[in-house]
Design a protein around this ligand. Structure first.
Ligand code: 13P
Ligand code: SF4
Length: 321
């Protein structure tokens, strides 16, 4: 296996040089994918990277909405997705026709969408946000603004609680983050009483109430580095443990188990579709290219550019406690 992987890594490196390509990867991807990526980051960092690309080809090791975001921001770059099935349950929970109707029912509302949406939804959005900058984005809007927030109801509820807003929430959720429960955390706390509980804001409210730190993947990672604590219970997709462990090898990271899932783990099955073999294949044959209608791209771009402007001028990492 190690020899196969070494050969694949060598092939990927050769193809990258030959084709002026780079590899972007989200923290939830497989360890060996993170290890060969030029940039590993949260969804905000990956979008920011797309703003200043020098490469001709980007292989986006994440999910489709992340690859679409790169294409929207860098239309002249060829963007490849290693596995065409790498979708996102949260993005899927907000379909164009339903959302159009919802928006029409509330014509006086500003639309704020989480980046975990399709390009279609972004084209109906006034301003995007990620979990890193959600509070800054919503706080940048007038206090009395009427706001629709889509698609994640858990993140929406959390922003409402933190900002005192009363945003109208789309009823969407992530199938991975909905798996974390109060019971599992309480049980683990008995075993690790000193451990800090870290949770992504896509988790349910009851879980967030138990957290010592709520934040985006990047914010949680930064917390583990800065905190004097040595044990952490992690209530987000388990791929993030790889960077946590790499950056703080002396500390202990315990993934919170799911209530119920087919793998018994908290892996995002979509993120884990990205493999070294598929990266080598798409780089070699330039397949699985993200293509987008130019009108749609320009419409969707406005909401992301607005987000990046505010985000680049403000502190980012979603902070609580
Ligand atoms: P981050 O913005 O924290 O990277 O999260 C993206 C995501 O898909 C969470 O499920
Ligand atoms: Fe989408 Fe959830 Fe996977 Fe994140 S973890 S990419 S929100 S399905």
């Amino acid at each position: 296996m190690a020899i196969v992987n070494n050969n694949l890594v060598a092939k990927i490196e050769r193809l990258k040089k030959q084709k002026n390509a780079i590899i972007l990867a989200h923290y939830y991807t497989l360890n060996d994918v993170q290890d060969i990526a030029d940039v590993v980051g949260d969804s905000l960092a990956l979008a920011q990277e797309a703003e200043h690309l020098q490469a001709d080809i980007v292989v986006m090791c994440g999910v489709r909405f992340m690859a679409e975001t790169v294409k929207i921001l860098a239309p002249n770059t060829k963007v490849l997705l290693p596995d065409w099935q790498a979708g996102c349950s949260l993005a899927e929970s907000c379909q164009l026709a339903d959302f159009e109707q919802f928006k029409q029912q509330h014509p006086d509302h500003i639309v704020v969408s989480y980046v975990n949406t399709t390009a279609d939804i972004k084209s109906l959005t006034d301003i995007c946000c990620t979990s890193s900058n959600a509070l800054a984005i919503v706080n940048s809007l007038p206090k009395d603004a009427k706001i629709i927030f889509a698609p994640d109801k858990n993140l929406g509820n959390y922003i409402n609680a933190q900002t005192g807003r009363n945003m109208l929430l789309w009823d969407g959720a992530c199938h991975v983050h909905e798996q974390f429960s109060v019971e599992s955390i309480v049980e683990l706390k008995q075993q690790y009483p000193q451990a800090k509980v870290l949770a992504h804001p896509e988790c349910k409210k009851q879980v967030l109430l138990l957290a010592d730190k709520i934040g985006s993947t990047a914010a949680l990672l930064a917390y583990t580095q800065q905190s004097p604590s040595t044990q952490f219970l992690i209530a987000t997709e388990a791929g993030i443990l790889h960077q946590m462990q790499k950056l703080s090898p002396q500390k202990q990271f315990i993934p919170v188990p799911p209530v119920d899932s087919t793998c018994g783990c908290t892996d995002c099955n979509y993120m884990k579709l990205n493999t070294l073999q598929k990266i080598a294949d798409v780089l070699e044959h330039e397949t699985n290219e993200i293509l987008m209608d130019e009108n749609l791209r320009q419409q969707a771009q406005k909401s992301i550019v607005r987000m990046l402007k505010i985000s680049n001028n403000n502190g980012n990492l979603l902070n609580k406690k």
